[in-house]
Each structure stands twice: as C-alpha cells, then as structure tokens.
Design a protein around this ligand. Sequence first.
Ligand code: AMP
Length: 430
Amino acid sequence: MPQYQAVKGTRDIFPEEAAQWKYVERVVHTFASLYGFSEIRTPVFEYTELFQRGIGSTTDIVGKEMFSFQPDPKGRSLTLRPEMTAGVMRAALQKNLLSSAPVHKLYYIGELFRKERPQAGRQRQFSQFGAELLGVSSPAAVAEVITLMMEIFDSLGLHGLKLRINSLGDTEDRLRYREALQLYFTPFHDILDEASKERLEKNPLRILDSKNPALQELIAGAPRLYDYLNDSSVQDFEKVLFYLAERNIAYDIDYRLVRGLDYYCNTAFEVTSSELGAQDAIGGGGRYDGLSRELGSSVEVPAVGFAVGMERLLMTMEKQGLFALLDSDNPLVYVVVQQQDLVDHGLQIAWRLRRAGIKTEIDLAARSMKAQMREANRISASYALFIGTMECTTGLYALKNLVTSEQTTLSLEAVLELLREQAEKEPLKS
Ligand code: AMP
C-alpha cells in the first residue's frame, strides 16, 4: 500500500474515465450554447457569510457540511463552495450585470465540496454542471431551464429518469404553510427525532425532507403546501407544466418535494435515476427570487436554475452502457523507429505529423522495434509509419494500415496527405 492515499470522499479520474467526462462536458457546452447560455467560472472559495446568507443557516449544508477555514487569525472565514448558485449570484451582483441587459443566462461546470459522510454517489469533492437564468423567472424561463437540462439528458441517451416537480409558492404562501406545519407536527413533538425537533422551530418545511423511516407515516399525513398556494402561484405552476407537456417532457407532480435550500420559491424540481442506490437524485433546481435580496441587493433579481451532479450522471450512463460506443482517444499513426540511431529523424517526422494535425505517437523509452509495434497495437493506432535506413536515404516511407495489414511506400508529402484525409474523417476527439 503506498504511503499516500487520496483523501476519503475524493477520487482520481484516470484517462479512460476522463474521456467520458470530456464527452459529457462537450454535450453540456453544446446545448448550453444552443439555448443561449454563456459560461461563467467563479472562485472555488468565497467568504463564509455568502453561503450562510445565501443557502440558509438551518440547512445541513451550512449547519454541518461546509469546509471552512481562516487564512489568518484576523481574517474573515472562507469556505470551499458547497454549491454554485450563491457564487454566481454574488458575481452577477458584484459586476452589476443586470444593468447591461435585463436577462443573463449563465452556465457552469465546476467542483464543489461538502463535508458529508462519503458513500456510493456521495463524495466530499464532486462536480456539477448547471445553469442560472437571472433577471426573469416567468414560467417560460423556468420551462427553458428545465428543457435545457432534460435535452442534455436526452442527447446523452439517458433513459428511465424521473422528473418530479412541485410548487413551493411565494413567501406568503410558505409562511401560511409553515404555521400549518407547526400546528400539525407540534402534538407529535415527542416522537420527532432531534433534527426534526430543531427544524420544527426553525424551518418546519425541512421535516418533510427527512429520510427517517420512523417519521414517514407522520410526514405522509402532513398538510400539502400546494393547498396553501394563492391563485397566481397556481397559475404560474400550471403554465410551467403546460410548456413541459408541449415539449413532450414527462413529469410527475410531487407535492412532497421541498428541496433543501432555503431560497427556493415557486417551481422546484428534481430528477432521479432508478439506476442509483440510496443517493438517487441526479439533479434538481428551481426558482430562487429571494436570493439576491438575501445577499444584500437593493433590487430583487428573479432567477431560476438547475444543478446536475456529474458523478451520478456518469454512474447512470455507465450502468446504461452509454459509453460503450464512445470513441477512444487512440492515435492515428505510430512512428516506429527501426534502429535507435534514427530516433532523432523519427522525432522530427512525428513533430511534422503533429503540426499537420495528425494525432501521432512515438516511443520515448528506446524500446525495441517489436516492443514499439506491440505498443502501437495496444493503443490501437490505425497506422504504423516505419523509419529505417532505407526511408532516411530515399525519402520514401513504409506506411502500414494496422487494421488491414496493407502496406504502401510513399513520400512524406503523400503520407501527410493520406493521414490528413483520414484525420478529417476522424476528427480529434478531444
Ligand atoms: P444539490 O445542490 O444538493 O441539489 O445537488 C444537486 C446534485 O448534485 C444532486 O442531485 C447530486 O447529483 C449532486 N450531489 C450533491 N451532493 C453530492 C455529493 N456529496 N456527492 C456527489 N454528488 C452530489
């Protein structure tokens, strides 16, 4: 066992898997751009208060899952970002983005950090991609964000995902509901677990999120938030559902869906995969009109967004065999040097091939010709280009197609032309 291991809850991504990541990331970039979203990259750490204000101090994330540190004794506490939305909103407000245009559509792919108990599908460092639509949160905007997310899943070939959706109403709806929940749960105070007792005081909605099996029956009997919505909240929600239906996006209304973060309002949604175990949520999101004010903005910035966990998405794709057809990153040509005194010539040829945009590999470990051929086959190079004394003197090179075993002798110009043509048929995959 080597002396150093990766920290529990983190993992390494080796090249074969990295190719899967790149493939998914490329699809995300393509679809985000198709829907008019531009990429934003924010810092990995922020002031701790940003998350305390932005996520809410009663949430598990802020309560117990943040990696916080103080860079110097007098410095302000900093926290590795546990989610992206607060940072994106902070950046937008800081730059006064909304003054340049009333609507900004941003997306991201980035690493997050939560001090959770590591288990399958739950890490301490993980990645999400997501989108945030700032400046408007009308039903059309909500539907646009959900559509983008579902189109990405669809394009990746995922099947069997379940989209659950609910409306959390506006602030007043939720205040009325909050009181109703407190009235409902208070007589059962003694049978609540410690976490739920605490939530009963601070944020009773979150009791509905509890996974404690002993509480499920009690939770099932609780009043429904939906019954406390005012007419305009209901109309909004129905309009979102209308757009989804128009786009053939299947959904289930789940009146129990509340989501963990405090700043959500109106539509909230979650996507689950039956392919995953206990941690079955792949992504989710919703409207968060209240966040900007929570972060000190003098004007409210209506907003809606979603976030999808990359690791869980990749796990689901793997289980559904969706990477089987992923092109491998193999080189087009392997430059095989027949004798070591020709290495420099071989290196020069490899450089010229690469300059011409041809994916080329060459041995750097002074291996025998036989070992070079074995390596060319191992990494599935399509061609081998031989460098021998004959080639160096005549300027004619033997090029072998490693799939058909056909061999031809060509000038370097002709080799470049032939391989360039092949490269165009089989563009660089990354
Ligand atoms: P959340 O921000 O908690 O709504 O999470 C959005 C998505 O991120 C989830 O649906 C998961 O796919 C993913 N996710 C959240 N926490 C973790 C974690 N600790 N490890 C891996 N993925 C996570």
